[in-house]
Write a protein that binds this ligand. Sequence first.
Ligand SMILES: [Zn+2]
Length: 64
Amino acid sequence: MNYKIIKVQMENEFKICPSCGYEDGFHTMLKKEGHVMRWLFICPSCQNIFDIGQTLKENNEIRS
Ligand SMILES: [Zn+2]
């Protein structure tokens, strides 16, 4: 896994690539790290990967 993840501070929206200025949004990927599922965004133009600090909760974490 030799890709770099760039951390970004998101404001009202995350649509324009901070690296190359591509304006039409991102591909998405998920990356599991322990119990955390990181939600990452890939620029279709420059292929940089961005982390805006969002994570997904796994569905099998249901507790009664
Ligand atoms: Zn880009």
